[in-house]
Design a protein around this ligand. Structure first.
Ligand code: NDP
Length: 277
C-alpha cells in the first residue's frame, strides 16, 4: 500500500490539495465533460484540472454541483489564458471563470503560461483574487527558473504550485527547476504525466509494468506520486479513469524509481517554455 486516493499535499499557504486529479484538456465540452467528471468522482477522485482555454469550465462546475459532494471536498483548478494577461484583464478573467463554473471560489488559479511582458502585472491581480477569497490558492504553470526568480523577487504571495510537463522521460531536463520549486516550497504538479501515451511501448516501462502486474500508465502515475508531485492524467474513458486511480495498492522499489529517474531524453509532448524570455 502506498497512500490513498484522497492523499493530499499541504501547499505553502496551508491549503490541502489532493495529489491525484483528473485533467480535462481535450475533453469535449457539454455532457462528455460532465460524465468524465462524474466517473472520476465515483472512482474517488476529488480534484479536477481545467482551464479557460479548454472550453469546459462550465461543465466542470455543473458536474461539481451535481456530484452531491460537499464543495469543500472537491479541489478545482482553472487557469488564466494568454489573452487575459494584465492587471484588469486578469481580474476580469478570474471572475468570468468563476461565473462560468457557477462557483464562489476556485481552489487553485494558475497563470497558464509565462507570457512575456505583462506577467508581473497579472500576478498582482492573482494576489488580489487570493486576498479577496475568490481563490484559495494561486500558482503558475510552465514557469521555468528565470520566470520563477523574477516573480519571487517581487511577489507578496509566493506561487503555491508550478504545473509543468513532467514524466520520467524529461525528469533530468527539469531537475534544476524541480529543485528550485522545492527550495521555495512550491508544489510541483505533473501534466502530460502519461506522455500522452507516446512512451507506453518503451520496453523498460513495459518490463516494470509486468514486474508489478500494473500498466505503463499506472507505473508513470506511481512514479509521480512517489516523488510527491501532484499528477493529473487525462482520460475520456471510464475504465481508464479507474485504472489511473488504481495506483494506491502497490509501491515501487527505490531502485526501480531510480531507474525511471534515468529515462530522461528531454522529451516534451506538449509545449516547451524553456526559451520564453
Ligand atoms: P496525458 O499524459 O494525461 O495523456 C492523455 C492521453 O493518454 C490521452 O490520449 C488518453 O486517451 C490516454 N490515456 C489516459 N489514460 C490511459 C491509460 N490508462 N491507458 C492508455 N491510454 C491512456 O496528457 P495530457 O496532455 O492530457 O495531460 C493531462 C492533463 O494535464 C490535461 O488534461 C490538462 O489538465 C493538463 N495539462 C496542462 C498543460 C498546461 O500547460 N498547464 C498542458 C497539457 C496538459 P483517452 O482520453 O482516449 O483515454
Amino acid at each position: 500500500m502506498s497512500g490513498a486516493i484522497d492523499t493530499t499535499t499541504t501547499l505553502n499557504n496551508g491549503v490541502e490539495m489532493p495529489l491525484l486529479g483528473l485533467g480535462v484538456f481535450k475533453v469535449p465540452n457539454g455532457q462528455k465533460t460532465i460524465s468524465v467528471c462524474q466517473e472520476a468522482f465515483a472512482a474517488g477522485y476529488r480534484h479536477i484540472d481545467t482551464a479557460m482555454i479548454y472550453g469546459n469550465e462550465r461543465d466542470v462546475g455543473t458536474a461539481i454541483k451535481a456530484s452531491g459532494l460537499a464543495r469543500e471536498d472537491i479541489f478545482v483548478t482553472t487557469k488564466l489564458w494568454n489573452t487575459d494577461h494584465g492587471y484588469q484583464e486578469a481580474l476580469s478573467a478570474g471572475r468570468e471563470s468563476l461565473n462560468r463554473m457557477g462557483l464562489d471560489h476556485i481552489d487553485l488559479y494558475l497563470v497558464h503560461w509565462p507570457l512575456e511582458g505583462r506577467r508581473l502585472e497579472t500576478w498582482k491581480a492573482m494576489e488580489q483574487m487570493l486576498d479577496e477569497g475568490l481563490t484559495r490558492s494561486i500558482g503558475v504553470s510552465n514557469y521555468m527558473p528565470r520566470h520563477l526568480d523574477e516573480l519571487l523577487a517581487v511577489c507578496q504571495h509566493r506561487p503555491a504550485v508550478n504545473q509543468i510537463e513532467l514524466h520520467p522521460f524529461n525528469y533530468g531536463y527539469r531537475l534544476a527547476l524541480i529543485d528550485l520549486c522545492r527550495q521555495h516550497d512550491i508544489q510541483v504538479e505533473a501534466y502530460s504525466p502519461l506522455t500522452r501515451g507516446k512512451k507506453f511501448d518503451d520496453p523498460r516501462l513495459a518490463q516494470l509494468a509486468a514486474a508489478y502486474s500494473k500498466t505503463p500508465a499506472q507505473i508513470l502515475i506511481r512514479w509521480a506520486l512517489d516523488h510527491e508531485f501532484a499528477v493529473i492524467p487525462k482520460s475520456l474513458r471510464a475504465e481508464r479513469i479507474r485504472e489511473n486511480a488504481a495506483v494506491f495498492d502497490f509501491s515501487m522499489e527505490a531502485s526501480d524509481k531510480a531507474w525511471l529517474d534515468d529515462f530522461n531524453e528531454d522529451l516534451i509532448v506538449c509545449w516547451d517554455p524553456t526559451d520564453v524570455p
